[in-house]
Design a protein around this ligand. Structure first.
Ligand SMILES: NC(=O)c1ccc[n+]([C@@H]2O[C@H](COP(=O)([O-])OP(=O)(O)OC[C@H]3O[C@@H](n4cnc5c(N)ncnc54)[C@H](O)[C@@H]3O)[C@@H](O)[C@H]2O)c1
Length: 284
């Protein structure tokens, strides 16, 4: 208990169940002394168990579809009312692709689904920032964080149209970060997280193999949802006041790797003629 967020108030989008990254962020923000409103789309409120988290953290839940400016306006109005003033942090932890869900490959996209992917997973970030700014809802030196994935920069099999959404998401953090920083001293960053077994994560094609691959490739191993929450708390805290417009890799070093000994070892196992391959020793 360091009370890193003592006195701070915020909005946390995207906690569905106790696997969700946003759920872990809410637990840690509470531990660090923050107060916040929890929000999710109505269907997720019905199927998830957000009320448990709300009870545990003494939070109120306000339903909002993050693609609806009207819902977002209502959410910010009610939040400011609850706290009797402005907030200090916002977490955008939202992602969904119907193309992924329905097994459409990237060279056979359904364009209505594609637009939904972009709207839910990227434009919603712009919408919440624009609503927040117009309502002047965030205090100076406030912090906004969205969760991203390295498929924004590199092509990873199966990530599909979500890769495009993450590229836009990260670009919004820079473009809005400039304006919000210049005018209101508010910082905006994205955290590029390791693959993680959540509800959204488990929808990604081949997620099990991907998690194993990135684990072997990363010198520090994959970052867990709990560790992601810890990192997010530092970005909401006053210890990172001059960090803005960044895409921050939280991936155990994966993004800087090309090939690791452990991944090479696994890759070599797949060849028919292992005698041709020099096997390094001590591969744990
Ligand atoms: N799990 C991973 O491997 C991984 C890796 C990197 C980044 N991320 C990102 O982390 C974020 C959180 O995902 P998660 O892994 O915790 O999974 P999750 O399924 O627990 O969370 C996704 C959330 O998005 C919400 N959502 C969907 N449509 C919405 C809408 N229209 N309005 C408001 N909310 C909506 C869902 O209800 C859910 O709570 C996402 O942006 C995801 O892309 C996940």
């Amino acid at each position: 208990m360091n009370n890193l967020l003592k006195g701070k108030k915020g909005i946390i989008f995207g906690a569905l169940n106790d696997k969700s990254i946003a759920w872990k962020v809410a637990e840690k923000a509470y531990e660090q002394g923050a107060e916040f409103v929890l929000t999710n789309v109505p269907v997720s409120l019905r199927f998830g168990n957000l009320h448990e988290l709300a009870e545990k953290t003494g939070s109120q839940i306000i339903a909002a579809d993050a693609t609806s400016v009207k819902d977002l306006e209502n959410l910010f109005d009610k939040t400011l009312e609850i706290f009797g003033g402005k907030i200090d942090f916002v977490l955008h932890s939202i992602g969904m692709s119907l193309n992924v869900r329905k097994g459409r490959t990237y060279d056979n996209l359904n364009y209505e689904y594609y637009q939904k992917t972009i709207d839910i997973s990227a434009l919603s970030f712009h919408k919440m920032l624009q609503v927040a700014k117009k309502k002047d809802a965030i205090n100076e030196w406030g912090s906004v964080v969205a969760l991203s994935y390295i498929a924004a920069q590199r092509t990873l099999y199966g990530y599909n149209d979500m890769a495009d959404a993450k590229s836009i998401l990260e670009s919004i953090a820079r473009s809005f970060g400039y304006i919000y920083g210049r005018e209101k001293k508010i910082r905006i960053n994205t955290i590029s997280q390791s693959p993680t077994m959540t509800t959204a994560g488990s929808g990604v094609k081949g997620i099990g193999a991907l998690i194993d691959f990135t684990e072997r490739m990363s010198p520090l191993g994959n970052a867990t949802a709990d560790e992601c929450a810890d990192y997010t708390i530092t970005l909401f805290s006053d210890l990172t006041r001059k960090v803005t417009m960044q895409n921050l890799y939280h991936d155990g070093g994966f993004s800087s790797m090309g090939m690791s000994l452990r991944a090479m070892h696994q890759y070599n196992k797949s060849f028919d003629e292992p005698e041709d391959i020099e096997q390094p020793e001590n591969l744990d």
